[in-house]
Design a protein around this ligand. Structure first.
Ligand code: GDP
Length: 726
């Protein structure tokens, strides 16, 4: 297995950046990614050429093949021309964060494994609703960010307004890191505030390439250093001072020097800013226009200078699977191996790829690894680095790296892989529960097997997509994060797996819960002839806060029920919770406590206690004021003003809670919380209500009780005989 020459083994950890790009849809994530791959791929492939110049040959070739960003993580290289890493090759692992509206959970998945991210903002719209969502997710995982104020060329672009909206809406300490030269159709470059260098991109800004997919134009990508335009000298000083003051405020030593009036060297400021970004105290904002090829290279330099390397995140925490105790691992290549599988993808050429972030130690190709989540051994047959247009096989991969592994069969997203001799389970990835489902069946009997395979493949790739078969009806039920999510899945099934299928109407994933504490008795006693059955338990059920899920506990002391039967009771309880009580929906936010019971020396068995558990739950639930919960979606409608009234009226008729409206650029934004059950076909509906001008962004928010009159109807049509309390 030959090593390709281009791989630098033992790449120093401080020269690795595991980064992602996060954004509101349409802010320019794809275009920016393309530009990054273009610029980095270029230096990587043709070596040391002048900044921004490209050989036509290469461009033609690239155009033919198209830059593909299909990998979950692309490895690429960038050599900064300035700054602390001047002329040193930096390895960037660009981790894909899906931009699709229904896939915010997937964003979360990727945030778990990257060390830093660029948040792309639309300079004409500022912070948008999905920006807030990805922002919160980045916060939850402590991911340091720098911001790229994209689309500085569009009408209404407002750099400082965008920064202000990040400060107001995100509560972020967002600060101008550079200033745009010109705006809208005169935008042509940026002034770096710390170095006071003006960078101006070549070519007439108003006629730059407008086709995002055709790649950057040769002239557009090239920039030169110029004098700071005379009308900007004052504002550069003003914003430079502001930036320096804020940087100094994060570092005691610097603050003293700053207050003493010392002229602090740029390198010291950069070092302090790097610390502040990693500590999430400052978000530097850089202006640009990806489409017009302006401002992208300085942003890349910003990634290198300010976003953390694996070295900045020195320790990784996990759990010892045997003792449940916390373990700490250092991110060095000599430590025992541990990594997290964060994405499964099926590659047409090499088959099933498992993307792994290595947190400690060394992974060798052909070796056996231990999946500590599933407690199985798997063979890591081959290890690949995925580049934008090709893949490269390597023998070993080290702590801090991101690789694709071929040969793992049973490992899924979120599993920990490690050295069997030093087992550890790393913090897994949280996935939201699906909120919508539909029945699916193949058009012809002969497609049954193909359908099963396709669904299995798709669910392996996407943990927010679930497949379940209903043994009673023989139907297959798929569920996901929204109508669009399921539509895309069904479409992929047709296109990629050539399965024709009939799909039912989407069904909202309701849940059931209780409103008060209740107790119940479950007795399963059969003592007629032969060996009898004896299971008996007393249960108490208690409501848990919304979103808490399920808990089960035993308070049995003194052997009222032998210990070995407690898991059987729990099994019966879970089965009943899954089946539902009121209307056939899973029960949630419930704690079940078994506090008493009895047994029989001969007749007691697991099966008897399991049935008793299930009966006990039904009995208690009957007294606990069960209600239905429904998924509530966060909806942001963007529309021209003319259609505002109609759209708000329509939302109000859908039981929406209108949170507010605001003006952004030329559009009006309506923010609302709307029950998912009212949103069937909503995107199509508002298109026709607005001559195709209104768009909506929808994502799951939380669960809330269904109003009693509506709940009553759902229960009646469910065929269950549950009672509804209001
Ligand atoms: P994504 O949804 O965040 O991936 O956004 P895309 O990269 O697909 O961009 C959305 C739209 O905005 C596309 O039509 C792009 O051509 C356009 N776009 C992206 N960046 C810029 C920019 O800097 N200036 C202008 N004028 N349009 C841009």
């Amino acid at each position: 297995m030959a090593l390709a020459k281009k791989t630098k083994r033992d790449f120093p950890q401080d020269r690795i950046r595991n980064m992602g790009i996060i954004a509101h849809i349409d802010a320019g994530k794809t275009t920016t990614t393309e530009r990054i791959l273009f610029y980095t791929g270029k230096t990587y492939k043709i070596g040391d050429i002048d900044e921004g110049t490209t050989t036509t040959d290469w461009m033609e070739q690239e155009k033919e093949r198209g830059i593909t960003i299909v990998s979950a993580a692309v490895t690429t290289f960038w050599t900064p021309k300035n700054g602390p890493y001047k002329d040193q090759e930096i390895r960037i692992n660009l981790i894909d964060t899906p931009g699709h509206v229904d896939f915010t959970v997937e964003v979360e998945r990727s945030l778990r494994v990257l060390d830093g991210a660029v948040i792309v903002l639309d300079s004409a719209s500022g912070v948008q609703s999905q920006t807030e969502t990805v922002w919160r997710q980045a916060d939850r995982y402590g991911v340091p960010l720098i911001a790229f104020a994209n689309k500085m060329d569009v009408v209404g672009a407002d750099f400082h307004g965008t920064i202000q909206s990040a400060r107001d809406r995100l509560g972020a300490n967002a600060l101008a890191y550079n200033l745009p030269i010109g705006s809208e159709n005169t935008f042509k470059g940026v002034v770096d505030l710390l170095t006071k260098k003006a960078l101006v991109w070549q070519g007439d800004p108003s006629t730059g390439s407008l086709q995002a997919s055709s790649g950057p134009s040769e002239t557009g990508a090239k920039f030169v250093e110029e004098e700071i335009p005379s009308d900007m000298v004052l504002s550069v000083d003003e914003f430079r001072n502001k930036l320096i003051e804020e940087i100094a405020a994060t570092d005691e030593g610097l603050l003293e020097r700053y207050l003493n009036g010392e002229d602090i060297p740029v390198n010291d400021l950069k070092l302090a800013l790097r610390k502040a970004v990693i500590a999430k105290k400052i978000i530097p904002v850089m202006a640009g226009s990806s489409l017009r090829n302006k401002g992208v290279q300085p942003m890349l330099d910003g990634v290198i200078e300010y976003l953390p390397s694996p070295q900045d995140i020195s320790e990784v925490k996990g759990i010892d699977p045997k003792t449940g105790e916390e373990l700490v691992r250092s991110q060095t290549k000599d430590a025992p191996f541990a990594g997290l599988a964060f994405k499964i993808q099926v590659d047409p050429h090499v088959g099933r790829l498992t993307y792994v972030r290595i947190y400690s130690g060394t992974l060798k190709s052909g070796s056996y690894v231990y999946n500590s989540t599933k407690q199985i051994k798997e063979r890591a047959g081959r290890i690949l680095l995925m580049h934008a247009n090709d893949r490269e096989e390597i023998d070993e991969a080290y702590a801090g790296e991101i690789v694709a592994v071929v040969g793992l069969k049973d490992t899924v997203t979120g599993d920990t892989l490690c050295d069997e001799g030093a087992p550890i389970v790393l913090e897994s990835i949280q996935f939201a529960e699906p909120v919508i489902s539909l029945a699916i069946e193949p058009k012809t009997k002969s497609d049954q097997e193909k359908l099963g395979l396709a669904l299995q493949r798709l669910s392996e790739e996407d943990p927010t997509f679930r497949v379940k078969s209903n043994p009673e009806t023989g139907q297959t039920i798929i569920s996901g994060m929204g109508e669009l999510h399921l539509e895309i899945i069904v479409d992929r099934m047709k296109r990629e797996f050539k399965v024709e299928a009939n799909v039912g109407q989407p069904q909202v994933a309701y849940k059931e819960t209780l409103q008060k504490i209740a107790t119940g008795e479950g007795k399963y006693i059969r003592q007629t002839g032969g060996r009898g059955q004896y299971g008996h338990c007393l249960l108490r059920i208690e409501p848990l806060p919304r979103g808490q899920g399920r808990e089960f506990e035993s308070e049995i002391v003194g052997g009222a029920i032998p210990r070995e039967f407690i898991p059987a009771i729990e099994k019966g309880v879970i089965e009943k919770e899954d089946t539902g009580i009121l209307a056939g929906f899973p029960v949630t936010d419930i704690r079940v406590v078994v506090y008493d019971g009895s047994f029989h020396d001969v007749d007691s068995s697991e099966i008897a206690f399991k049935i008793a558990g299930s009966l006990g739950l039904s009995d208690a639930a009957a007294k606990a004021d069960m209600i239905l919960l429904e998924p509530i979606m966060k909806v942001e409608v963007t529309t021209p003003e003319d259609f505002m009234g109609d759209l708000i009226g329509d939302l109000s008729a859908k039981r929406a809670q209108i949170l507010g409206t605001e003006k952004r650029g030329n559009s009006e934004i309506i923010n609302a919380l709307v029950p998912l059950s009212e949103l069937g076909g909503y995107i199509t509906a508002i298109r026709s209500m607005s001559q195709g001008r209104a768009t909506a962004y929808i994502e799951p928010s939380h669960y809330e009780p269904v109003p009693a009159n509506i709940a009553q109807k759902i229960v009646e049509s469910s065929g269950f005989t549950g009672r509804v309390e209001s």
